[in-house]
Write a protein that binds this ligand. Sequence first.
Ligand code: EPZ
Length: 417
Amino acid sequence: MSKIVINSCQPLSGEVNISGSKNAALPVLAATILVDGKSILENIPSLSDIDYMCEILSVLDCLAVRRSDGTIEIDSTSSKPHSVPYELTGKLRASFLITGPLLARYGRARVALPGGCSIGTRPVDLHLKGLAALGGEYFISDGYVDIKSTKLKGTRVCLDFPSVGATQNIMMAATLAEGETTIENCASEPEITDLADFLISCGAHISGAGTDTITVSGVKRLKPTSYSIISDRIEAGTFMLAALATHGSIRIKNINLAHLSAVTAKLAEIGVIAEPIQNGVVVNGNCQKKATDIKTMPFPGFPTDMQSQIAAALCCAEGTSVITETIFENRFMYVPELIRMNADIKVEGRTAVITGTDSLIGAEVSATDLRAGAALVIAGLCARGKTVINNAEYIKRGYYNLDSKLSSLGAVICYEE
Ligand code: EPZ
C-alpha cells in the first residue's frame, strides 16, 4: 500500500497546469467502441483508472496504444462484444459505460455489474431502464447483465435522476439507433458535453448537451476522428482549495472557469477571490476564512466531487459550516480521519457540521476513496507537523503527478511505496 507523506509548509505559491479530465476521458474511451476505425484522443491523463479502461477495451479486441504525449489511439475496427469479467468491472465503476456502445454497435453486451464502492451502492438501474426503452432486452444473472437488441429504435427517455453515467450510456446507444431519441431530465455536466462533442466529431447528430434535454438522431455508423479532452475541473477545484487552506496564491492554468462557477462562488463567500486570467485563474487564499454552507447538487450546482475537499478547507474557517451531501449516500468517510487531525466535525445522516478550529495537527490517516484522499492532502498541507496518508493509490486514480505539482508550489510532500 503506498503512502503520501506531507510536512507542514509555507503558503503554496506559483503556477500549476491542470491535466485532462479523468471523468471526460473514461466515457470517451468507452465511446470509441462505436467507431469503425482508429480514434486518436489527446490530453488523456496518465491515471490508473485510464489504464483499467484500456484493459477493458483490449478484452473487447480494441487495440489501445498510449503515446508518451498523453495521446491514446484506439482502433475498434475488429472489436467484439466479448463478456467483460467482474475482476475488471469491479475495479472501475465507469466500465459499465461500455454497455450502451456494445449494444448499439453489435446488438448485444455481457458486462459484470460493477458493484458499489465506499461512497455508495452505485446502482445502474437508470442506465438499464434507458437502454431498455431503446429496445434493449436484458436480464441479470450471476452478477452479469446480458442485454441484446435486433435494432435500437429512438424514443423518449425521462430520467428519474440526472445521472451522469446513465445520460452517457443512453446518449451513446442512441447515436446508432433508428430515429430520434430525447433524453429528458438528463445530466448537464461538462463531461456530458465533452462526450457529445466527441460523438459529433465522429458524425453523430446530437443537440442539447449541457442542458436538461438531449436530442439524438441516429446515424448508420460513426467515423474515426481525433479529439482533445477537456481539462479536469475537479483537479482545478482541488488546487483552488489548496491555495485557500494554506493562505497561498496559485495561478491555475489550462482550465475553463465556466466549469467551476459554483466552486468560485463558494470561495467568494468564504472570502477568497478567484481572479480570471487568460486560460486560467489566480486564487489568493491569504485572508481570514469565513464559514459557509455547502449543498452538493447536479451541475451547475456545487459538485459532489469537491465536497470532501472543501470540508477539509473549512476546518479552520471562522464559524460553523454545514455541508449537505445530496448525491451519494455515504460520502463522509473522510470525517473520522479529519477528526484525528483535530477537526471538529459532527455527521448526522447526509449532513456534516464543521466548527472551525485554530489549526489542524498532522497525524497518520487513511484514504477511503479518491476524493476523501484529496481532502486529506489538503488537510495535511495546512496542518502543523507531519501527516501520513495511507492507501494513497486511491489518490493516484484521479490526480496525475499530484506530489510533483504540489512540490513545485512549495509543498513538502512525497509518495512512499
Ligand atoms: C460520475 O459518476 C462521476 N464518475 C463521479 O465521480 C461523480 O461523483 C458522479 O458522476 C456525480 O457527479 C465518472 O464520471 C467516471 P451518477 P456516476 O450516475 O455516473 C444514483 C470521482 O470521484 N444512480 O450521476 O456513477 C447514484 O447511486 C467520481 O471522480 C442511481 O440511483 O454518477 C448516485 O447516488 C466519484 N441509478 C447518483 O445517482 C443509476 O442507474 C449520481 O450518480 C445511476 C445512478
